[in-house]
Design a protein around this ligand. Structure first.
Ligand code: KG4
Ligand code: ZN
Length: 331
């Protein structure tokens, strides 16, 4: 069963053809990172205009690379939130138009649930699919969520960020220390091989909860940079990265012990960070699973995988499917 996934919630226009929720026939991502880099972050109006330009060729390329025609598809899955309204609208309207014209089932997917399903995508290691219940850490540009996935479609929230998301903190600190946008990969690169212990930065443990907070850490970095002779950017990058990762990994490990999860699944753009993956594997009492880095950051393969599981449960969206920039997940 082939599903076409479409994703346009932020600054990647993406389409993918996925078989049975795991096998990747094609995965096309047109990133706008370069366009937004000169502004130091995503400019919503620019993003939606770029999506308009790229969505048709991206979908065409995904079908072409999969060697699939419309008749081969069992449905179309599209991100309808959360994200930037103008960006989401391009994907949702494209998906609706195509599904209506080709008489295919349409299913709206929550972007965050999509990130979780990146863990179902085939991996060259040939590992088996995740076993449930599992603990999910979703760390992206907009969210830092800790949830238990009980079964397909059934989630229980343990914690969330109270202020900045992990990825947002990476992006803001990167700008502060002059490493540019997007911040996550820039900080990881700069920090490589440098000790994270040279500068003492605070950790917000928020004990007794599984919530996170990263805005105090960002302010602490600001103070460090205002010193008469601030340390090198790479030294600050390493200390910051270590502070974020220590809290994420330790709280996730604590939750894994408490809920008795069979495994930990990490996903979202920040999950591409190899230090985070390493720290989680070190601390977690159970095996840690992460998608390949290219399926951690925004893509449509994860949307196609997630859509497959909804469609096989008989779920469908109506033609009135709308975007919801603040769509909640496991509220
Ligand atoms: O999931 P994603 O692609 O988009 C959202 O749903 O937000 O996540 C993007 C976020 C950005 O904040 C980016 O800086 C961060 O993920 N990110 C990373 C890395 N790669 C991307 N953060 C840390 N280390 C990385 N290697
Ligand atoms: Zn995302």
């Amino acid at each position: 069963m082939l599903v076409l996934g479409i994703e346009t919630s932020c600054d990647e226009s993406a389409a993918a053809v996925i078989e049975d929720g795991h096998r990747i026939h094609s995965n096309v991502v047109a990133t706008q990172a370069e366009v937004h880099a000169r502004y130091g972050g995503v400019v919503p109006e620019v993003a939606s205009r770029q999506h308009l330009r790229t969505i048709v060729p991206v979908v065409e390329t995904a079908l072409e690379q999969a060697g699939a025609g419309w008749k081969d598809l069992a449905g179309i899955a599209v991100t309808h939130g959360p994200g930037l309204a103008g960006s989401l609208l391009v994907g949702v309207n494209a998906a609706k138009g195509l599904a209506y014209a080709q008489q295919l089932p349409l299913i709206g997917v929550n972007h965050l649930e999509g990130h979780v399903y990146a863990n179902w995508l085939d991996d060259p290691s040939g590992r088996p699919p995740p076993s449930l219940p599992a603990l999910c850490l979703i760390v992206s540009g907009g969210h830092s969520d800790l949830l238990v996935m009980e079964s397909h479609g059934v989630y229980r929230r343990l914690g969330r960020t109270r202020d900045d998301a992990a990825g947002e903190a990476f992006d803001k600190v990167s700008r502060l220390i002059g490493l540019g946008y997007p911040g996550g990969p820039a900080i990881e690169r700069a920090a490589k091989g440098i000790s994270g212990g040279a500068i003492a930065l605070p950790r917000a443990w928020l004990r007794g909860t599984y919530d996170f907070s990263f805005s105090g850490l960002k302010t602490a970095v600001l103070h460090v940079m205002r010193a008469p002779e601030p340390p090198e950017a790479a030294v600050v990058a390493a200390a910051f990265q270590e502070a974020v990762i220590e809290v994420l990994a330790e709280k996730t490990a604590m939750a894994a012990r408490e809920v008795g999860a069979g495994e930990v699944m990490v996903s979202g753009g920040v999950a591409a960070n190899s230090r985070l993956r390493e720290a989680l594997a070190d601390r977690s009492p159970v095996p840690v699973r992460a998608p390949l880095p290219r399926y951690c950051t925004d893509n449509a393969a994860m949307i196609g995988a997630c859509g497959y599981f909804h469609l096989t449960r008989g779920e469908r969206s109506g033609w009135d499917l709308d975007v919801d920039p603040n769509l909640q997940f496991a509220a």
